[in-house]
Structures are given as C-alpha cells and as structure tokens.
Design a protein around this ligand. Structure first.
Ligand code: NAG
Ligand code: NAG
Ligand code: NAG
Length: 332
C-alpha cells in the first residue's frame, strides 16, 4: 500500500504541461481528510467533493465540501468550504457524478456503495436551494434497479449521463458488467445504450468526453483482478449509440487501474495521469511513468514534454479541467 498523498490538488497547464503542485489551505476554515474513490464535480466555478473513503478502507463520514475557483484561477489562496451539515447521503465511495439537470447547474450523483447500508440510486444537489433531493427515476424496472459502483459518469451536451461498466452487485462485489446505462438528467429517465461491440466488463477505468461527442474508454481491471491494457482504446459514439475500437501505437503505457483522463485544450489529444498496476499491491507508478498523452489524430501514445517537477503519482483520484488546468484531487 502506498503512502497517503497529503497534497490535495495538483495543477497542470494543459498546453505546456507545466507541472505545479499546490496545497490548498489545509487548516481553517475547513480541513478535509485524505480520500480515494470520491466524486469531484465542477459547477458554477466551484469544485464539489463528495464522500470517498480513506485508503485504509475507513469511510470519511458525511463529507461534502467545495473549492471556490476565483475568476482568474491561480494557485494561491484556494480554500475549502464545508457543506457537510446539509449532506443527506450515507457515507459511500465509487459513485459517479456530473453537472446536469433542468438548469444544467445541478449535481447529479448515481450509484456508489456504502457496502452495507441501502442508498438511493440517484441523488441531486441543487445549487439554487443549497439542498439535496432524491428524485424519482423513471424507466424500465430492469434498468432502474441496476446499481453500479467504481464506474465513470460522463455527461454529453444534451444532459445525458453515460454510465458504462463498473460493478453492478454491491453485495457480491467484483461482479463487473459492460452494460451502458444512460440517465437523462433533465427528465430523469433511465435508458440503455448499445452493447454491440462493447469492451469487456471492467471497473476503475479511465474515460472522458471528446469534442466530437464520443466518449473514450481505456484501462481498468476485470473482476478477476486482471489489468486491462491501454491498447486498444474504445470509443462510444453518443450521437448514434455505437462502439468502435482503436488500436494505438507509439509509447504505449502499461496496463493500469484507477487512472484519470482529460481532453487536451486543443481537442487533439487526451492526457492521462496516475493509476496503479493493480497486481503489484497498489504500488504507485514512477512519476515518469504517470503522465502520457494519446494523439486523437493517429492514436499514438507519447510521453509529453513537461517542465517543473512531476509530482508523486497517485490512484483512485479525480481529474477536472478548470480553465487551462488539469486539476487532480485527492487519491491514494
Ligand atoms: C455506511 O454508512 C454507515 C452509517 O453512516 C457508516 O458507519 C459506514 O462506515 C458506511 N460505510 C461505508 C463503506 O462508507
Ligand atoms: C451544460 O453546460 C455545458 C457547459 O458547462 C454545456 O457544454 C452543455 O451543452 C450544457 N448542457 C445542456 C443540456 O444545455
Ligand atoms: C455512427 O457514426 C459514426 C461517425 O459518423 C460512423 O462511423 C459509424 O459507422 C456509425 N455507426 C452506426 C452503427 O451507425
């Protein structure tokens, strides 16, 4: 087990990949605990962090807080603000969260697990009323009873949240599926996407939405704890609900789980960070082996040129693009 990473946010300039590591104010007014498998959702210039667990498996309680992003995002004077007193959810980890809803300004949380306690399928947090609700989700009974964890939630520009793969049976654990659920965050209806040509079931993979409305998926592991490679990568076209597979070339990173993926600002590449070669007991990757970029023109992997010191790698963190930065929060 690797050491807990005490740095809370890492910032990278996406164009030049200048690496800067910062510490958010860690004392007053609010000092968050370390965590992994939390959610991190950017809404209205606030980065909302919910739940997760400590890497020892201990839950972090009813933790809900945000980082206020100043208009001119800088690495100075960032402070956390605590909203835990309004949290109605059980402590949990492995959920998926996006910005969506009728006002496109609501935090939509799907799935996750408390291990023992029953959670509702979907929770919403309204910034307007500063409160959580449990919406009724419509749709086929076979779909609205599927509860998954350790998956990514990706929202398209029509407010549809794509919930592919993950573990679908929290009591049996490690039962990984490859179904694509699609939650319309505006009318709160659960539908199903295509499984034709879908990759095998997995969890803790990397995923992000590309500018052409496809979602790219890579890595993760199977339910028999087998690492999945980053070649090939898989594309889900959200316009016509179809899968395709892309063989990659170049400096292909080793298989990894618990990595993060974001699109580059030029829409011509994705950048990945962190993760672990799962079979070696959660060992960290070396910093040099933690950052890669994949060209979307020819699907060639490259090690990007960076300046500044690459921070220690981590896994089970989250990455958000804020302005020109890839912001990494928490993780193990
Ligand atoms: C589930 O919720 C209970 C009650 O709050 C809490 O004690 C427990 O630690 C939670 N489990 C996880 C894995 O978060
Ligand atoms: C919600 O806002 C994002 C920008 O933050 C935009 O890309 C997306 O299209 C919007 N969604 C809807 C349904 O209007
Ligand atoms: C979906 O659209 C993509 C891009 O236009 C196209 O290449 C693909 O063949 C389409 N798939 C289906 C099943 O229609």
């Amino acid at each position: 087990m690797s050491q807990k990473n005490l740095m809370y946010v890492t910032l990278w300039l996406l164009v030049q990949l200048l690496v800067v590591e910062i510490n958010c104010q860690m004392s007053a007014p609010y000092k968050p605990k370390t965590r992994e498998k939390h959610t991190a959702t950017l809404i209205d210039n606030k980065l909302y962090i919910l739940s997760g667990r400590e890497n020892t498996g201990i839950d972090v309680g009813k933790d809900f807080f945000y980082l206020e992003i100043p208009d001119k995002f800088n690495t100075q004077n960032l402070i956390w603000k605590d909203l835990s007193n309004i949290d109605i959810l059980l402590p949990h980890y492995g959920a998926a969260a996006v910005k969506g809803g009728v006002d496109n300004n609501t935090l939509i949380l799907y799935g996750g697990t408390n291990d023992t306690g029953a959670m509702d399928l979907v929770y919403t947090y309204s910034l307007q009323s500063n409160s959580w609700s449990i919406p009724k989700i419509t749709g086929d009974d076979n779909l609205i009873t599927i509860r998954k964890e350790s998956l990514s939630g990706i929202v398209d520009n029509k407010g549809k949240m794509y919930l592919w793969a993950g573990s679908d049976d929290v009591s049996k654990k490690f039962h990984y599926v490859n179904n694509m659920l699609i939650l319309d965050t505006i009318n709160l209806n659960m539908g199903k996407g295509s499984s034709i040509g879908a990759p095998s079931g997995r969890s803790l993979y990397g995923a992000t939405l590309l500018s052409d409305n496809t979602i790219i998926y890579m890595g993760g592991h199977t339910d028999i704890e087998q690492l999945l490679t980053l070649n090939p990568v898989y594309l889900y076209n959200t316009i016509n609900d179809s899968w395709s597979t892309k063989t990659t070339s170049g400096n292909i990173p080793s298989g990894r789980v618990g990595l993060s993926v974001v699109p580059g600002l030029d829409d011509k590449r994705v950048i990945i960070f962190g993760g672990t070669p799962f079979t070696t007991d959660y060992a960290d990757l070396t910093p040099e082996d933690s950052i890669y970029e994949l060209s979307l023109d020819n699907f060639e992997w490259r090690i990007p040129k960076t300046s500044g010191q690459i921070p220690k790698s981590r896994m089970f963190h989250k990455a958000n693009v804020i302005g020109k930065y890839m912001v990494i929060s928490f993780g193990n």
